[in-house]
Design a protein around this ligand. Structure first.
Ligand code: URP
Ligand code: ZN
Ligand code: ZN
Ligand code: ZN
Length: 469
């Protein structure tokens, strides 16, 4: 403690497995000790008051698109803007995607995106992406894993953009298994979706208000089953992004019980918002893939947060504005998909599930920080406050009541799908690398010091579920 430069004093530290009153001592950007409350600090150390607050490791968002181009649209943020919003929302590490443009090599896309990380206010890591197999892919994957990018995004949908065939998925999965990496995959059976969309279009039901019907649940279930079978045949790890139904989660949980190292991510909007929003005045603002599901499905998905069957919670942040969303609202096949959410991920989940439904705060930390760090090879540098970890700290007022309004948020858009919701709990002070960056709603240190994080091997621990952490 002698050398500590800063101490977070008087709060309750919440980790993935425990919580207790403790003071957090920081030096050189890392946590150096968790100490008895009241432990003296050296003269000159900065004291940050956390009385009555929860002191959590900063959130790790495992699914965040920054300045993402898809079809005719590019989402509106860059690293500075996205990470500023992230930090206001208590998230201090994002994992972005390097999605190649048609014909671009995966490694070229990854190194180009990686070069932007130093414009972030917090650290970031990157998922690479394979769309098509060719004889250069194994060497590219070898280089990417060696350079700290062991996770590779794949899609079973979006024909002509990022859709990969089963043979490409199998080869990529096998190659990454042998390299210590992992496929992270968006599963929706494209043939079912295209056929459903054609039938919807033929009967004039292809506008944003029909989004849910155009991408049925069974398309997700079918694709998850297919990809799980590939993983099981290879004994390869696999991480399913944005699982939107309990049925899809159950398939992964059942495979895990058979010994397949398979992970489930759910994202905040599928856990909170339902398809009733497509009946409202601005359905296009809720167009995302998979779409929002019925209230019954949302509740069934949410119950899996309590059982340990969901591994992580991401945002699937995609920052389009109202003009972009409205411009193609009459045909979902041409719309920009995705919702802004890097800033709201933690507050809406804390409010709905911790304050609202009794999810333990320790489990909240596990789902939103520790497990995302593990599945991305960033633990224990990120996702914990144990000594030696980066001093990325979110100090929460668990009782704060506030109303969500796009005008008060910091994302590069003019709307939020949570507009008008009253939430309980929010981060008040957020430290990145031991520096106070946000304090009481004010950005007090806007200097970009973000680093690209070189990820280590993927931890398979969370695949076993919380019964065997
Ligand atoms: O609708 C979504 N999810 N857009 C972002 C791209 C993706 O599929 O994750
Ligand atoms: Zn996706
Ligand atoms: Zn279940
Ligand atoms: Zn996504």
């Amino acid at each position: 403690m002698r050398d500590a430069e800063l101490v977070v004093r008087g709060g309750t530290v919440v980790e993935a497995g425990w919580s207790a009153p403790a003071d957090v001592f920081v030096a050189g950007g890392v946590v150096v000790a968790l100490a008895e409350p009241g432990t003296p600090a050296p003269g000159g150390a900065t004291e940050v008051d956390a009385t009555g607050r929860l002191v959590m490791p900063g959130g790790v968002d495992p699914h965040c698109h920054v300045g993402f181009t898809s079809g005719d649209f590019t989402s509106l943020d860059d690293y500075t803007r996205c990470t500023t919003a992230a930090v206001f929302g208590g998230t201090t590490t994002i994992v972005d995607f390097a999605i190649p443009r048609p014909g671009q090599a995966p490694a070229d896309a990854a190194y180009a995106q990686r070069a932007k990380a130093d414009r972030g206010l917090c650290d970031s890591a990157l998922h690479a992406c394979v769309v098509e197999w060719d004889e250069t892919v194994p060497d590219q994957l070898g280089a990417l894993v060696a350079d700290g990018m062991p996770t590779v995004k794949m899609f079973t949908t979006y024909r002509g953009e990022t859709m990969a065939g089963e043979d490409t998925i199998l080869r990529t999965m096998r190659t990454l298994r042998d390299l210590g990496g992992m496929v992270v995959i968006h599963c929706e059976a494209n043939h079912i979706i295209e056929d459903t969309q054609e039938r919807c279009a033929a009967s004039g039901r292809i506008g944003a208000e029909h989004m849910a019907a155009t991408r049925p649940e069974l398309a997700e279930t079918a694709s998850v089953a297919e990809v799980l079978a590939i993983a099981e045949s290879l004994t390869a790890p696999v991480y399913f992004v944005h699982q939107s139904t309990a049925e899809a989660v159950e398939l992964v949980a059942a495979a895990r019980r058979r010994g397949v190292p398979a992970f489930t991510e759910s994202v905040a909007h599928h856990l909170v918002l339902d398809d009733g929003n497509y009946d409202g005045p601005a359905p296009e603002r809720f167009v995302c893939c998979p779409p929002l599901r019925s209230r019954q499905a949302v509740d069934a998905l949410g119950r899996h947060l309590f059982t340990g069957e969901i591994t992580t919670i991401g945002s699937d942040h995609c920052c389009y504005d109202v003009a972009q969303k409205e411009s193609r609202r009459t045909d979902v096949r041409a719309m920009p998909n995705g919702l802004p959410g890097v800033e709201t991920r933690l507050p809406v989940i804390f409010s709905e599930y911790v304050a609202g439904a009794g999810l333990p705060a320790t489990r909240f930390v596990e789902l939103t920080a520790a497990n995302p760090a593990r599945t991305n090879g960033l633990y224990p540098r990120k996702g914990t406050l144990m000594p030696g970890s980066d001093a990325d700290i979110a100090i929460w007022d668990p009782a704060a009541r506030w109303r969500v309004s796009a005008g008060d948020l910091h994302m590069a858009t003019d709307y939020t799908p949570y507009e008008g919701m009253t939430l309980t709990g929010r981060p008040r002070t957020v430290l990145v690398g031991g520096r106070v960056v946000v304090h009481d709603g004010v950005l007090v240190d806007p200097v970009p010091r973000g680093r690209h994080l070189s990820a280590g091997p993927i931890s398979l621990t969370p695949a076993l579920g919380r019964t065997a952490p």
